[in-house]
Design a protein around this ligand. Structure first.
Ligand code: KIV
Ligand code: ZN
Length: 560
């Protein structure tokens, strides 16, 4: 094995913050959410959305509860400009929603941005420039002072334009030191404070300071340290909204944002399903459902996840992975028998105890809370156990298999899943058909045409039954202390095989629109003491029980 080229990389600096507080904090409320789907998300699509698609996406974002939506970079792209104008000119922005637009610190770009948003009810002007050591060195080749000057000049131009604007728009300001997490922390504080010195926010009129993890360089704890450090060192803490903007290069954007919130941030920028540059932005859906599962109101409504997926996939052309948290098509499945059994028990216990707080093993949330079902996606394969099979039979067909039936049915299911030497999954209907075929109403070689019972006294019944065997019909007759006892006596005499009923149970089951009865019988062959099972189904309970006896008998003689 060759070593990978790890020597080409180096550790990133950590933060000297020995009295850090954030690890002991908890998230107790939802942040202000800002969707950047229509900017960071859209710019990273192989085929960007059309104007119509963006309008539909925007409406959907509003409908799930976003109050701040970054709609583009209007000065950089004509389509973004036209989209911005379209929303404003067609009155499509709800009165409680602010659109956010990105701009660089250049006068003609700021002018065009202001023109794009003219007349909107509420606008967040989002100024950014890259501040990291790497950017300053290899991209811009300028000093810290020049970098600050660029930001401050932009901040001045924007505030001047806003002061001139008489359209009645409610403006809010945002500044992002792009690549914040790769910027020397004291410099990040210095440049943000310089911008804030220009904008002069107040606790009543706050400015958003967005601290991007533009490329996820840090482990989540280091980013949290950076956020806590920033909030403790900026002189404007009371007058700013600290915003997170994490990307997912190392695959931990959700953790990074959660730790950032614990470190004191107030706001999160992200996208649905984590769309965005490279590995994407943080997935707001995951963050929101993570909050819900901790009993926190996320303030966004993803209770119809299938609809969210459909809209997202249709408009972006992206696919939601089958194991995507809370959304993928496999996330509420259980393949292993022991998991299925535990889920089954957990759901039953909750019902019996009338519990309102969700507590089911292997299902951290009730799939119904995101508009999903556990039932349709349970899979039966060779790994499944008795519990999973029993669950499918009960949930889909109302068949409550007794333990003995579960035990005997399991190898039948396993053989079917392994048929042909390949691993198969069985649908609920296939499982039911297997059970039906092997255990219910097996009326060969002995069949039952009809029967009648006469109650001679409280204790004694006489049964007469018309049996078929090898194309012949035979009437048999017997007595006993009840219908089944009398039938078993008649049948034993007729077949010459002495047996008795050792277990009996029955219940109503749902089959299609009719309600039928199913009876489970276990019989004991008196000669060898072996036991055999069979089930009978009929719209009449008595018929189902006599059929079950004949079925168990036929199954017995098939192995004798
Ligand atoms: O990732 C980033 O740094 C950005 C900024 C423009 C906010 O998208
Ligand atoms: Zn970004």
């Amino acid at each position: 094995m060759a070593d990978m080229n790890y020597q080409r990389y180096k550790a990133h600096p950590t933060v000297d913050l020995p009295d850090r507080k954030w690890p002991g904090n908890r998230i107790t409320k939802a942040p202000i959410w800002c969707s950047v789907d229509l900017r960071d998300g859209n710019q990273a699509l192989e085929v960007p959305m059309t104007l119509e698609e963006k309008v539909e996406f925007f409406k959907y974002l509003c409908s799930v509860g976003f109050k701040e939506i970054e709609i583009g970079f209007p000065a950089a792209s004509e389509t973004d400009y036209n989209f911005c104008r379209y929303l404003i000119d067609n009155d499509l922005i709800p009165s409680d929603v602010a659109i956010q637009v990105l701009t660089q610190s250049r006068s003609h770009i700021i002018d065009k941005t202001m023109k794009a948003v003219k007349g909107a009810p509420a606008v967040i002007i989002h100024l950014y420039n890259a501040t990291s050591t790497l950017h300053r060195d290899v991209v811009f080749d300028f000093s810290c002072e020049e970098c600050i000057k660029l930001a401050v000049d932009g901040a001045k131009m924007i505030i001047d334009r806003i002061r001139e604007d008489k359209s009645g728009t409610k403006f809010m300001l945002e500044y992002s030191p792009e690549a914040f997490s790769d910027t020397e922390l004291d410099f990040a504080v210095q440049i943000c404070d310089s911008v804030l010195d220009v904008w002069q926010p107040t606790p009543e009129n706050k400015v958003i300071i967005n601290l991007p993890e533009t490329v996820e360089y840090q482990t989540a704890n280091v980013y949290a340290d950076q956020i806590e450090y920033f909030t403790r060192h900026t002189k404007w803490r009371e007058s700013i909204i600290v915003s997170l903007h994490t990307h997912n290069d190392r695959g931990t954007a959700v953790a990074t944002s959660e730790f950032g919130l614990m470190a004191g941030a107030d706001r999160v920028e992200g996208t649905l399903f984590g769309n965005g540059e490279r590995t994407g932005n943080v997935d707001i859906i995951t963050l929101a459902i993570n909050m819900m599962m901790l009993g926190i109101n996320p303030g966004l409504d993803f209770s119809d996840m299938n609809k969210t997926i459909d809209i997202y996939e249709e408009l972006t052309g992206m696919k939601v992975e089958p194991r995507h948290p809370w959304a993928g098509k496999l996330v509420f499945t259980a393949f292993s028998g022991s998991h299925q059994d535990a889920i089954n028990k957990g759901r039953k216990k909750m019902e019996e105890r009338g519990e309102s707080i969700w507590a089911v093993p292997y299902l951290p949330i009730d799939p119904k809370d995101v508009g999903r079902e556990y039932e349709p996606i349970i899979r039966i394969n060779s790994q499944s156990g008795r519990g999973g099979i029993a669950y499918v039979m009960e949930t889909y067909f109302g068949v409550q298999l007794p333990k003995r039936f579960q035990r005997d049915f399991l190898p039948v299911v396993k053989a079917a899943t392994e048929a042909g030497g390949t691993e198969n999954e069985l649908t609920p209907q296939q499982i039911f058909d297997l059970f039906d075929d092997k255990f219910i109403n097996v009326l060969e070689p002995y069949g039952l045409k009809n029967f009648s019972e006469q109650q001679d006294s409280d204790q004694v019944s006489t049964v007469e039954a018309l049996i078929t065997y090898g194309g012949e019909e035979v009437t048999i007759k017997g007595q006993g202390n009840g219908l089944l006892d009398a039938f078993v006596s008649a049948f034993s005499k007729y077949t010459g095989i002495d047996f008795s009923i050792s277990n009996y149970s029955e219940h109503a089951m749902k089959s299609g629109s009719d309600s039928a009865a199913i009876t489970y019988i276990e019989i004991t062959n008196k000669a060898n003491r072996n036991t055999y099972i069979g089930a009978g189904v009929s719209s009449s309970v008595t018929k189902s029980s006599v059929r079950a006896v004949v079925c168990a008998f036929n199954r017995m003689i098939s192995v004798l």
